[in-house]
Each structure stands twice: as C-alpha cells, then as structure tokens.
Design a binder for this molecule. Structure first.
Ligand code: KG4
Ligand code: ZN
Length: 360
C-alpha cells in the first residue's frame, strides 16, 4: 500500500505524517514551538525557522518509524508551499525536495488552507460521516480567517476573509494584553465559561462593503480600552509571575489569579468572536444553499464555537476536525495531496515557497 509523507512547517509547528490512500493516518508527529515563542506573546519568525531546522529530521524520522514505513513505501512527498512565514515554509519544502531528489519521488506542494479543509474530510472518512456538497469551509486560525464555498473537488470560491486580525490572532493578542501566555486561544476558551458574557458590552464589527468579510481589530481595541480604564497592573503581574514559574498553568491555577471582572471580559470577548464567525457562516449558508459547514484551523478547537455551531442555529450540519487535526499538522497536508497523486499532478523541484499563496 503506497503512502504519502506530508510535511508542514508554515508557522510554529514542525510536523510530518504518513497517510494512506484510504485516508488512514499511520502517523502524525507535531513538534510545537509554543514554549519558544510563549515568552514573546507571539511567533518570532527568525526563531521559528531555527527551531524548524532543528526539529525537521527527528520529526520526519519519527513519522516514518511510527508508521513502520520505509522510503520504498512512499508514492510521493507533500509539503506546504504557502501561505505562511517564508523562512519557516522553506525549511519543510526544501527538506521535501531533497527527499524527492534523492529517492526519485514526486513532489506535491499543498496550500496550507486546503490542508486545513482536508483535515475535516479525513475525520469524516474515519467516522463514516457524509459531507454533502456544496459545503462552506471556514478556516479560522492564528494566521487566517477565510470563508470559502467548496462545490467539491479542487475548486474553492472565496466568499470573505478578515480585513485585519485573524480570529486566533485576536485571541493571542487579547491573552497577551491580559497577561496570559501564548497561544491565547486555549486559555481564554477554558476560562470563558467562568464569566458572564453579558456583564461587559463589547462591540460587533460594523462592516462596509462585503458583509462576509471579517474584522477583529475593533474588538481587540475595545478590550484594550477596558484594560486601560482599570487598575490591572498587579493582577497582570501575578499572571506573568505564574507563567514564569510554570509555562503551562492549569485552568484552576489561572482562576486563582483571575478575578470575576476579568473572567467577564473574557466571556464577552469569546461570545463576540463566536458571533462574528457564525453570523457570517449563517448568512453565507442562506445565500449559497450550502448543505454542510466545515470549520477548521486552530480556532475550531474552541469549545464555545463547537457548541454554538451545533446548537441548531445553522441550517445544515457543521463538521469539525478532532483537536489534533484542527491545529497545524501534516496529516492534513498529505490528505490534501492524495487527489493530486491520483491525477498524477506533480510539482517540479523549482516550486517556490509563497508567503501569500491564495487558494481562491
Ligand atoms: O491552525 P493553527 O495551529 O496555526 C495557524 O495556522 O495559525 O492555529 C493556531 C491558533 C492560535 O492563534 C491559537 O490561539 C488558536 O489557534 N486556538 C484557539 C483555540 N485553540 C487554538 N482559539 C480559540 N479557542 C481555542 N480553543
Ligand atoms: Zn494553520
């Protein structure tokens, strides 16, 4: 049975995976750099490339080992060619090209966003769920917030995207200004149920032009103003101190240094982000007659978003990947490459890494 080796290094995760034709994931290794970037409150591109260089060989070896795969079992190597940080993308793509050159294997360059969408397809195949087309695909992560109409196959139509911050970036920036570590999404998501989302009014974006575009910078500024209007220095210092002693505090530890007013602002922030996302998905579903909704990317891990999308609010079923496949991983890259291998559509070794590669 031939396999595809997938490699993903577009941001701050070094990942490799082996995926079979039927969608079986034989291995999926992700080396996170969160500990490196945590103290800066966001990804530092130079550090990211350096960490990818360190991690790429052991990560690929481990993916091969766990899958019991040898080079002869591979039918192709797939690597993310964009969008992402160019210095990071180059590490994975160059590594993939070297394997292809030495082992005489075909190379398949994959768009990172298409990978995120295929993460859902992989999971649906495994569970036997049927995704009906046309589908809407919302990719919400630290770098992207894009809404596509996916009629099926390899065509995607961009319906809207963020004009400023990505949804995950808004989580990371709000977490940073409140003194929580990076990435901010998981912490704020775990604390949001402890606050009252109605206690502090935060604004929804007012959009001119395409109503399916997103904007999160006004919301982030509103939280910043709220912080500036209060005396929060000692509270924020206590959280930074907790983070210094323990890089990964539990929700209980965070709760001890987070008073009710801050929990309320977190709950209100989370509610507005979910509303911004689902309002547009709802509207796009009505406009296009979509029969399924796919939500992927790191923000798809959000428990509040999952619950809201499945509360009966949407006119069609919503599909989310499992958390491991929601955040950056290489199984989704190998999965997105399989249809290209079937059609024998390969890239040549001159394929470039593109920071702004568009999917549609
Ligand atoms: O897809 P991903 O791993 O990387 C990018 O392509 O950006 O997404 C990472 C982003 C980060 O901004 C992180 O804060 C956010 O996803 N994230 C979440 C949650 N888990 C991760 N945002 C909200 N709620 C979560 N539970
Ligand atoms: Zn991503």
């Amino acid at each position: 049975m031939p396999y595809i080796l997938g490699i993903e290094t577009s941001c701050d995760e070094t990942a490799a995976a082996i995926v079979a034709r039927d969608g079986e994931v034989l291995s999926s290794i992700v080396a996170s750099q969160a500990a490196t970037h945590g103290k800066y409150g966001g990804v530092v591109p130079e550090l990211a490339s350096r960490e990818h260089l360190r991690a790429i060989t052991p990560v690929v070896r481990e993916a091969m080992r766990q899958a019991h795969a040898s080079w002869a079992d591979l039918a192709a190597v797939a690597a993310t060619s964009g969008p992402g940080l160019v210095g990071s993308l180059l590490v994975g793509l160059t590594y993939a090209k070297s394997i292809c050159a030495v082992r005489r294997l075909p190379l398949i360059g994959v768009n990172h966003l298409e990978g995120h969408i295929h993460a859902v397809v992989l999971d649906a195949r495994k569970s036997g769920a049927v995704i009906e087309f046309p589908a809407l695909a919302l990719v919400a992560s630290g770098g992207h917030t894009h809404l596509f109409l996916w009629p099926g196959g390899e065509r995607y139509q961009l319906l809207g995207k963020t004009r400023d911050d990505a949804a995950g970036e808004a989580y990371d920036k709000v977490a940073k200004l409140l003194g929580f570590g990076y990435p901010g999404g998981p912490v704020l998501d775990s604390l949001a149920p402890h606050g009252d989302p109605d206690a502090i009014p935060l604004p929804l974006a007012r959009m001119k032009g395409n109503p399916l575009d997103f904007s999160f910078s006004g919301l982030k500024t509103a939280v910043l103003r709220w912080v500036q209007s209060r005396q929060m220095e000692s509270e924020i210092a206590a959280r930074r101190e907790l983070l210094r002693r323990n890089p990964r505090p539990s929700p209980e530890e965070w709760l001890r240094v987070t008073p009710p007013a801050t929990l309320n602002v977190i709950a209100a922030f989370q509610r507005v982000v979910i509303e911004e996302l689902l309002k547009r998905v709802e509207r796009a579903a009505e406009q296009t007659g979509a029969r399924s909704v796919i939500i992927s990317g790191g923000v798809a891990c959000n428990a509040g978003l999952r619950a809201a999308a499945r509360s009966g609010r949407l006119s069609c079923p919503a599909f989310f990947p499992t958390p491991h496949l929601s955040t950056d991983n290489a199984a989704m890259i190998a999965a997105a490459a399989w249809p290209r291998l079937e059609r024998r559509e390969f890239d040549d070794l001159s394929l470039k890494a593109q920071a702004n590669l568009a999917l549609a």
